[in-house]
Design a protein around this ligand. Structure first.
Ligand code: AP5
Ligand code: MG
Length: 216
């Protein structure tokens, strides 16, 4: 399947993409994770992206669209776009890219959550930079604090999860990404899920919304 997960920072896009990618026969493509890898590897793209990410701004469209076009070559069977597109210009470029490959989008899943919950979730997030897995000190702690359950390595707190950067990222979402809701609603492929439910219930709601499982 070819899916987009759309929603504000902290809504649970990455958490659900990791849970559901096998079920959908699709690979998670997180532009945030890919950019963080470029930064860790000190590539030219990573160095150009760094300042934008640290401030909580979006990385320029052209850099992102080129990066996704390159990454997509290794995703022939399907994908879950996690954090892309984030502007109308990115969505238009993505439409053109999909059309050039003869691929259709199956669905766009919109995660709904209020700002106070998002701020609280991001403040408590711990991430594994090696595989993108996230935990939450309050809602989903690892077995041992600061250690990943799967690979036993250290967890980190993202620098852009500091309160002032979180506020900026949420404002940027409202200004630049929220217009995509209407953009995709017009395609008839937008499905909204309540991101405030438990992680398991959100996964169930996504499957139900796109017709893959009965809700309880
Ligand atoms: P990116 O890494 O994509 O960050 P984001 O969109 O800001 O989203 P997050 O990763 O913060 O949230 P999420 O929805 O994945 O939540 P998660 O599942 O982790 O982007 C970072 C930066 O890169 C951007 O600011 C920008 O600079 C740049 N960038 C990336 N893509 C770009 C693009 N396309 N264009 C331009 N620039 C781009 O969950 C959050 C927390 O909540 C975790 O602790 C988790 O355990 C917990 N949680 C999740 N679900 C639940 C639940 N149901 N109940 C309770 N807790 C939950
Ligand atoms: Mg994420």
């Amino acid at each position: 399947m070819r899916l987009i997960f759309l929603g504000p920072p902290g809504a649970g896009k990455g958490t659900q993409a990791r849970i559901l990618e096998h079920r959908f026969g699709a690979k998670q493509l997180s532009t945030g994770d890919i950019l963080r890898r470029h930064r860790a590897d000190r590539t030219a793209l990573g160095e150009r992206a760094e300042g934008y990410m640290q401030r909580g701004d979006l990385v320029p469209d052209r850099l992102i669209v080129d990066m996704v076009g390159h990454e997509l070559e290794s995703y022939p069977a399907g994908f879950i776009m996690d954090g892309f597109p984030r502007t109308v210009a990115q969505a238009q470029s993505f439409d053109a890219l999909l059309a050039s490959k003869g691929w259709r989008l199956d669905a766009v899943v919109l995660f709904d959550a209020d700002r106070a919950t998002l701020v609280s979730r991001l403040g408590g997030r711990w991430s594994n930079p090696r595989n993108g897995r996230t935990y939450n000190a309050l809602t989903n702690p690892p077995i041992v604090a600061g250690v990943d359950d799967e690979d036993g390595g250290p967890l980190i707190q993202r620098v852009d999860d500091l309160p002032e950067t979180v506020a900026k990222r949420l404002d940027v979402y409202d200004e630049q990404t929220r217009p995509l809701i209407e953009y995709y609603r017009k395609t008839g492929k937008l499905f909204e899920v309540d991101g405030l439910q438990s992680v398991d219930d959100v996964a169930r709601a996504i499957l139900h919304a796109i017709g893959m499982e009965q809700a309880r």
